[in-house]
Design a protein around this ligand. Structure first.
Ligand SMILES: Cc1cc2nc3c(=O)[nH]c(=O)nc-3n(C[C@H](O)[C@H](O)[C@H](O)COP(=O)(O)OP(=O)(O)OC[C@H]3O[C@@H](n4cnc5c(N)ncnc54)[C@H](O)[C@@H]3O)c2cc1C
Length: 471
């Protein structure tokens, strides 16, 4: 095990004790019984061995941890769930946010206050109890703040937009260890950067978001045999040219692994799936689906009215920690050539597990001005997410090499942009620039220079401080 005992040992015991005394939460060091649980990420493909972990319970805890790290000359990494692992905190203090899960919903104002480590699940539960919904993504198991910092594209995206576009305010601990607000009215440059620009500007201890009045969607999956991939994908292209923005949909090539967790009719089989959620009248959703049902009967039809409390059933993402390779790029369009390449790579034996093309554009996301906040690629409409379930390091490396070849083969059909929430590890940092317009990236670097000139938050998106502060 690659511990860094010297680095931990170099920290004065007295300073560590003083830090612990200041906290409501806990300091965890290598060798402590809770160390492995505290350092591990949801994505088991990534490992990290931080010399110090702070299990924060309050904003003051986060501020104390930041000031300690600064005094000791350490960088700071932040983890809520480890769904979006970026850079291993092997030499940095890790602030683990997973105990900061408080959520409050204001039914009248249609807003929620979400603490910095909360997953979407409790936000969804509390919001649905009063007939409202947050703009969560495919699984309620992801951290609400981490998801929002990268944009946040979910099943209501075409109608209501990005999660980042629905934030009213953030509470932030800055690189100086100060607790500040970022909103349209206070630190508005920081507010601009955090909506899409990631966790490179501070630690978010809470955010206020807007909620929407939806409780049931017409949603699910139609499963067609993999042999029909070409005709289903071509028909999907025609469908989305006219579907209303109440529908956010995707077409998915799925190679279900032959493992017991996968139910029998799917286990070890490949399918082409039409997936989506319609937020409007149920009868209108049913009418939309006739396009498919009256064409050819699917092998399985799991589309129908779905209470949003069961939103996870649309994508059925793995509920437990998993070792996965994830990458995501924007497609120019779904040309015949792109479809052929996606089928060739997406359905090859021993390739990747999932190739999902989500239609998220031509709606609320692209209506927002490109300069309104940091989020980039607003005009792009189709995001291709490639996922390989890869239980060993060797299989992960193989899936990574395969996904790179897959993207190279598709190069002519890609915009050159990435959806940064769908990148992990080195790729999230190596390709940060491709997630933003050139103008917004420049502005992010200028804001970085103002709020974190020493780049102590260097474990998120790669945004180096600009030499001059033009923010
Ligand atoms: C199964 C699965 C499904 C997904 N579905 C979607 C989807 O539908 N739509 C979508 O847009 N994305 C989706 N994602 C991507 C996900 O939104 C990103 O990976 C996101 O970064 C995860 O945030 P996290 O806090 O859960 O993960 P973490 O790994 O804990 O955090 C990721 C990064 O976010 C930052 N961060 C997190 N919390 C804080 C905080 N409080 N303060 C400062 N920085 C913080 C840190 O930089 C950290 O490195 C999915 C990912 C997975 C694995």
């Amino acid at each position: 095990m690659a511990l860094f005992p010297n680095e931990t040992a170099a920290l004065a015991q007295g300073a560590l004790q003083t830090l612990q005394d200041r906290l409501q939460g806990t300091v965890i060091l290598p060798g402590d019984v809770d160390y492995d649980a505290a350092r591990m990420a949801w994505n088991l493909a990534f490992e990290q061995y931080p010399p110090v972990i702070v299990m924060a319970e309050t904003a003051d805890d986060v501020a104390a941890a930041v000031r300690f790290a600064r005094a000791e000359g350490m960088d700071i990494a932040v983890q809520a769930t480890g769904h979006g692992f970026t850079r291993a905190a092997n030499h940095a203090l890790l602030i683990n946010m997973s105990r900061m899960t408080h959520v409050e919903v204001d039914a009248e104002a249609q807003t929620a206050w979400v603490e910095g480590g909360a997953k979407w699940q409790p936000v969804l539960d509390k919001a649905q109890a009063v007939g409202l919904v947050p703009l969560l993504g495919s699984t309620p198991d992801v951290g609400a703040v981490g998801y929002t910092l990268g944009g946040g594209v979910g099943w209501l995206a075409r109608k209501y937009g990005l999660s980042a576009d629905s934030v009213n305010a953030f509470e932030v601990v800055t690189a100086q260890g100060r607790i500040v607000w970022a909103s349209e009215y206070e630190n508005s440059d920081l507010f601009w950067a955090l909506r899409g620009g990631g966790g490179s500007f501070g630690v978010i201890t809470g955010m206020e978001i807007r909620l929407y009045p939806v409780t049931t969607v017409y949603a699910g999956n139609l499963y067609y045999p993999a042999a029909m991939a070409k005709e289903v994908m071509t028909r999907f292209r025609e469908w989305i040219a006219t579907t209303p923005e109440e529908l956010t949909s995707s077409v998915v090539l799925m190679n279900y692994p032959p493992i017991p967790e996968v139910p029998e009719p799917l286990r070890g089989q490949s399918f082409v799936q039409v997936r989506g959620a319609y937020t409007g009248l149920m009868e209108d959703g049913e009418e939309l689906l006739k396009y498919w049902r009256e064409w050819k009967a699917p092998a399985m039809d799991m589309f129908g009215p779905l209470p949003l409390t069961r939103a996870a059933e649309i994508s059925n993402d793995p509920p437990n920690p998993t070792s996965a390779l994830v990458t995501g790029v924007w497609l120019k369009d779904l040309s015949d050539e792109a479809i052929d390449t996606i089928i060739r790579f997406g359905l090859a034996p021993h390739g990747v597990t999932v190739s999902e093309i989500r239609h998220v554009g031509d709606g609320a996301i692209s209506r927002v001005d490109k300069r309104a906040n940091a989020y980039g690629n607003r005009e792009a409409s189709l995001v291709l997410e490639i996922i390989g379930i890869a239980p060993t390091p060797e299989l992960w490396q193989a899936a990574d090499a395969y996904a790179r070849e897959y993207k190279r083969a598709l190069a002519g059909s890609l915009t050159g942009g990435v959806y940064i929430n769908f990148l992990e590890g080195d790729e999230r940092q190596d390709r940060t620039k491709d997630a933003f317009t050139a103008e917004n990236y420049q502005r992010l670097m200028a804001i970085k220079a103002k709020y974190d000139p020493q780049n102590v938050f260097s474990h998120s998106f790669h945004i180096p401080p600009a030499a001059d502060d033009h923010a």
